[in-house]
Design a protein around this ligand. Structure first.
Ligand SMILES: Cc1cc2nc3c(=O)[nH]c(=O)nc-3n(C[C@H](O)[C@H](O)[C@H](O)COP(=O)(O)O)c2cc1C
Ligand SMILES: [Mn+2]
Length: 488
């Protein structure tokens, strides 16, 4: 059974020793960050701040900031199980004969059963407030000292495509300007920004309805983060992840639907002619992203449960909670990448590469220039377009082991020959780029080079001891009593 809501998941965490309640008064200004940062880096539990200073509402951080809790969130023992489910759905592509078509039907029907379901009422509307409310009632964090203010960091921002009417859910940080206004940090390549531009093209003086849901069952909360193609409803994918449809209720004041089990919902609009200075914000790069001009969200109604919980996360010097979320996404979407490019054996995005900076890809190389073909493929694959450095290695390199990759990749390159630069879109948060949103990317072909690629010599074998010697030494190893501590 899927988790009903955020508190249902918290109960599960409590039972498994994965939740720490903090009853001391802690300030959402900086202090919650410092505690959360130390906890996630020490592989600690989820945190429930029962008495955030200045608010009567409890705050939750580090919800899925470990592999263990991510597995609990997705109700699996390993992320491979989710990947296998995704794989089995993709497997139904292009059935051959009638029999295969018939066999496919139950799978399609099952996918159909994950479509979001509209319900008439939901806990998220237990309390409806159209006046006298203030965003400052909630324990919204100022995360880092130089932040421009307090930021909502884990919202599900919901809009509809003005052209197609299709829903989008995105997690975009929101800087609180005052009691009822925030920024909307729609980075230029994201779907929310696309909706904004397309609405503005129609009517520059108009408005775009926006709803923001905060806190729900974990799979639903991931909706905003999932890198799915435009016009594919992220809530469908959440339904697939939780194996039950996401239930949605119509908003009170805008023509949008929000998860019925949400803790808090902000309803309102963005004025299409209005931009305001947003930032700085201590970001997931480990550096501050600087001020920029972003749209403004006007809250006209807040609905929430009688005793809402405020779910938030912090980003900053890695690793943080977003590493675990990103890693889960990497595992879940690997079958999708493999379907399009079957030569991909595995990929890894180490925490220090903060997702957009480094992707290591192992391929089954089968023709000259294959590594470069894969780089170009990745640079054209949704949000993977942001990847600043792609390192392509042969399939016998374990990409999950950064040390092995460093060793083998560096041995395999003639830098001038094997490095490829391209220009294109880069992540808005890349402060090193020559221009915001535009810059260069680098591909490293660290595969073995072939004669067909102009390599004149004979590529050497990797050193490996022979089995016979190994087993002879295995047999006498203990008797030799050589002390090994495993430490340097
Ligand atoms: C904690 C967190 C904060 C994020 N903040 C932003 C943000 O402020 N702006 C943004 O464009 N993307 C942000 N992202 C990334 C988007 O959520 C992600 O790219 C998502 O897939 C965008 O959805 P879309 O493709 O529907 O636009 C954030 C992700 C996380 C995990
Ligand atoms: Mn989207």
């Amino acid at each position: 059974m899927a988790y009903r809501d955020l508190r249902d998941f918290l109960r599960k965490l409590d039972k498994t020793g994965e939740l720490k309640r903090i009853s001391a008064e802690i300030d959402p200004i900086l202090e919650i960050t410092e505690i959360t940062d130390r906890t996630v880096k020490a592989h600690g539990s989820a945190l429930l701040f029962e008495r955030p200073k200045g608010s009567r509402i409890a705050a939750v951080t580090n919800l899925v900031g470990s592999g263990r809790r991510m597995n609990l969130a997705l109700e699996v023992d390993s992320l491979d199980e989710v990947a296998a489910r995704v794989h089995s759905f993709l497997d139904m592509q292009s059935p051959q004969g009638l029999l295969e078509k018939v066999k496919m039907l139950p799978k399609i029907a099952k996918l159909g059963s994950f479509f979001p379901k509209i319900v008439r009422s939901g806990d998220c509307q237990e309390v409806v407030r159209t006046e006298g409310f203030s965003l400052f009632d909630f324990p919204i964090l100022q995360c880092w000292p130089q932040d421009g203010g307090r930021y909502i960091t884990w919202p599900m921002v919901i809009t509809k495509n003005p052209e197609t009417g299709k829903r989008n859910v995105g997690c975009y940080r929101m800087q609180v300007f005052d009691e009822r206004t925030t920024a909307m940090h729609w980075q230029t390549q994201k779907h929310g920004a696309e909706h904004f531009r397309s609405a503005r093209a129609k009517n520059p003086k108009g408005m775009l309805d926006v709803a923001v849901a905060i806190g729900a069952d974990p799979a639903t909360c991931f909706a905003g983060i999932l890198p799915v193609p435009p016009d594919l409803d992220e809530f469908l994918f959440s339904g697939f992840l939780r194996r039950e449809p996401v239930e949605l209720v119509p908003c009170k004041t805008v023509d949008l639907e929000v998860p019925a089990n949400a803790e808090i919902v902000l309803e309102g609009y963005v004025e299409l002619g209005e931009l305001r200075t947003e930032g700085p914000f201590g970001d997931h790069t480990g550096f501050y992203s600087l001020e920029g001009q972003y749209p403004v969200f006007h809250v006209q109604c807040i609905t929430h449960r009688k005793d809402p919980l405020y779910l938030t996360t912090i980003v900053g010097p890695p690793p943080q909670e977003d590493y675990f979320i990103g890693h889960a996404i990497e595992r879940i979407f690997l079958p999708v990448m493999k379907m399009q490019y079957p030569e991909i054996v595995d990929v890894a995005m180490p925490a220090e590469g903060i997702f957009q900076n480094l992707m290591i890809v192992a391929i089954k190389k089968s023709y000259p220039g294959h590594a470069r073909k894969i780089m170009n493929a990745i640079w054209s694959l949704g949000q993977a377009m942001f990847t600043k450095v792609i390192v392509v290695v042969d399939q016998d390199v374990n990409v999950q082991d950064s040390r092995e990759v460093l060793w083998k990749a560096l041995c395999a390159i003639d830098p001038e020959r094997d490095i490829q630069f391209v220009l294109g879109p880069v992540d808005t948060l890349d402060h090193a780029a020559r221009r915001q949103d535009f810059g260069s990317k680098m591909g490293v072909d660290a595969t073995r080079k072939w004669p067909e690629e102009g390599y004149a010599g004979r590529w050497p074998d990797e050193i490996k001891m022979d089995h016979a010697t190994k087993s002879r030494i295995d047999a006498i190893w203990r008797q030799l009593k050589i002390e090994t501590t495993g430490q340097t």
